[in-house]
Structure formats: C-alpha cells, structure tokens
Ligand binder design. Structure first.
Ligand code: GNR
Ligand code: NI
Length: 170
C-alpha cells in the first residue's frame, strides 16, 4: 500500500467539480486506490477523505469515524436523498491543516450511493458520520469548509497557512 499526497488550500485543483464514476472504472487499480485512500486517511489521521483531495476528480470518498479504525465506508456517486434538522460541528480538514471552525449542517441524512464493487445501497447517518459525509460531498463539488466562513476569516486562514508553510521551509 502507499500513502498519497493530499492537496492543500488554496490549491486551485481542490475547486474541481468531480465527475461520476463510470461502470468501467471498477478496476483492480481502483480497488488499490481505495485501499491507499484508507491508509492515507488513517495515517493523517482523519475520519474521511474525498478523491478530490488526492487529485482524483471523480465522485467517491472513504470514511471511518470509529475510534478503532474498524468501520470502513466507501461512497461512490453519493446522493443525499433526504435531510432532517441541523447541527453545528467544529470541523477540520486535511486540506486546510491546523484550522478548525464551526459549520452548520443537516443533523440526519439518508444517502444513496454505490459500494466499492458498484452495488447500490442506501444508508441513514446522523451526528459526526453525517457531518463527515456532507463535508466529503462538498469536496466532490470543489467546496471547502472555509467557504462557509466570512471572506475576512477565510483570508486570515490563507495567511495563517502561508505563514506556517514559510516556517516549515525555513
Ligand atoms: O479528519 C477530518 N475530521 C473532521 C472533523 C470534523 C468535521 C469534518 C472532518 S473531515 C476531516 C478529514 C477531511 O478533510 N476530509 O475531507
Ligand atoms: Ni476535508
């Protein structure tokens, strides 16, 4: 297995709107990519990773919000088919390292997607799992959680990231 590079804000590639995964995309190489995405997510460490973040602009993501790293979920061509209520969660993002901010999202969602073998399924999610699914689906549309902040705060985030990169380079 291999660790993949994660794109970081404000890399313009994170703004790409991903295209649907096609039936012919379910190759052995695709299965390896999914395994590598889980490995990259666990190593980060993170609870979700969208393909967009590893510069693959197709509509899929991996998620595991469990403590024991033993509850893997793959969502391919995901769609939210119903949503209920709202919740506020302090979000972070592997593409915006060291930054967190409150974001309001749906409390409960029902998602339709394909699994890693292309089989359709539906699933109900709430709490952090629901937050993570919505966060990853935003990535597939080229959207980041910092987009929910005011332009002033987003600019502060940009400057803070640039500064910490200069510190690393020095
Ligand atoms: O690891 C992650 N943690 C997290 C915490 C609160 C809300 C969303 C997330 S997703 C994030 C991993 C990531 O950047 N996925 O795109
Ligand atoms: Ni993210």
């Amino acid at each position: 297995m291999a660790l993949l590079d994660i794109l970081e804000f404000p890399d313009p590639r994170l703004r790409t709107v991903a295209v649907e995964v096609a039936p012919e995309d379910f190759t052995p190489a695709f299965q390896t990519l999914l395994d590598n995405m889980f490995e990259t997510m666990y190593a980060a460490p993170g609870i979700g990773l969208a393909a967009s973040q590893v510069d693959v602009h197709k509509r899929f993501m991996v998620i595991d919000v469990s403590e024991g790293h033993d509850d893997r979920h793959v969502f391919i061509n995901p769609r939210i088919i119903s949503r209920e209520g709202t919740q506020v969660c302090q979000e972070g993002c592997l593409s915006v390292p060291g930054i967190s901010a409150d974001v309001t999202r749906a409390e409960k969602i029902r998602v339709a997607a394909l699994d890693r073998h292309g089989r359709p399924f539906e699933l109900d999610a709430d709490g952090l799992f629901a937050v993570c699914i919505q966060h990853e689906m935003d990535h597939l549309d080229g959207k980041l959680f910092v987009d929910y902040l005011s332009p002033l705060k987003r600019d502060m985030v940009k400057r803070k990231l640039a500064k910490s990169r200069r510190a690393v380079a020095a």
